[in-house]
Design a binder for this molecule. Structure first.
Ligand code: CP
Length: 296
């Protein structure tokens, strides 16, 4: 697939061949990158982040490019003077070659794209999508298992508000995957993200043994009206060493992080825990994506 000059806003822009091509390129990036010397990336974050912003910036620097960054657009940009997202996109696009944006409202990254003269990459828009997290999640599993076809992929937690399960589901529809959705009542996977072959449960212990991938996600506190609403769901699932006894011997535990309490720290030493590996893989996937968007 040709991503040169494209905005990357949604998982819907990828297909099976495009994904596999990107994964091969990410694997090559693991042994070194380059080729974006003289290119500049701006990271505009209207919502907190540890991994995604650093990961994009690490990826661009490893490719030989440069970065300008604002980690708190809400407090320190002309957003405070009521500049529109469209104008911000237009203005920043005069200074850089690619823009990476995170925003708390679904659809807002697409709004910033409106008048941008350079590609914009969605780094998470509210409860909508987080395409590059989805890409790195699939890459982590593909790299270890050698394939995505034939897997049973469990998604556990706040499937309603979690943009990561949404992006995973959208990307996995190109593969022969069976989904097991596990969520508390009220936080089920929205209809529009449900893929063909799936089952649902509220009880992780009951279904964990079916899963090749146990993709955990936290209850998204920032998407609830108030603390009281959030507390109804907080702590719904805690994956601990005891529960891992019921998981397959070669299962993979994913989590986009940050975690709150949904994976006990004791699980970190279980070789099936892959969430820190995901962080490393994210840099290579973003290197591959930036190279594709800027060089073709
Ligand atoms: N996984 C992820 O998006 O983490 P951050 O919120 O820290 O970027």
């Amino acid at each position: 697939m040709d991503y040169k000059g494209q905005h990357i806003l949604s998982t819907k822009q990828f297909d099976r061949d495009g994904l596999l091509e990107l994964f091969e390129e990410a694997k090559e990036m693991e042994s070194g990158g380059g080729g974006l010397s003289g290119k500049l990336m701006a990271t505009l974050f209207y919502e907190p982040s540890t991994r995604t912003r650093f990961s994009f910036e690490s990826a661009m620097l490893r490719l030989g490019g440069g970065i300008i960054s604002n980690a708190d657009m809400v407090a320190t940009s002309s957003h405070r003077k009521k500049e529109s997202l469209e104008d911000t996109g237009k203005v920043v696009s005069q200074m850089v070659d690619v823009i990476v944006v995170r925003h708390p409202e679904e659809g807002s990254v697409a709004e910033l794209v409106g008048k941008s003269d350079v590609p914009v990459i969605n780094a998470g828009d509210g409860a909508g999508e987080h395409p590059t997290q989805g890409l790195l999640d699939l890459y982590t599993v593909w790299k270890e298992k050698g394939d995505l076809d034939g897997l049973t992929w469990g998604m556990v937690g706040d499937l309603k508000n979690g943009r990561v399960p949404h992006s995973q589901a959208d990307l996995l529809k190109y593969f022969d995957v069976k989904f097991v959705y596990v969520s508390p009542p009220g936080l089920e996977m929205p209809e529009k993200y449900r893929a063909g072959n799936y089952s649902e449960s509220n009880d992780l212990r009951e279904v964990i043994g079916e899963m090749d991938v146990i993709a955990m996600t936290r209850v998204q506190s920032e998407r609830f009206k108030n603390e009281e609403e959030y507390k109804k769901y907080a702590g719904s699932y805690v994956l601990d060493a005891g529960m891992m006894k019921g998981a397959k011997k070669d299962a993979m535990v994913l989590h986009p992080l940050p975690r709150v309490d949904e994976i006990a720290v004791e699980v970190d030493s279980d070789p099936r825990a892959k969430y820190f590996e995901q962080v490393k893989n994210g840099v290579f996937v973003r290197m591959a994506l930036l190279a594709k968007v800027l060089k073709g």
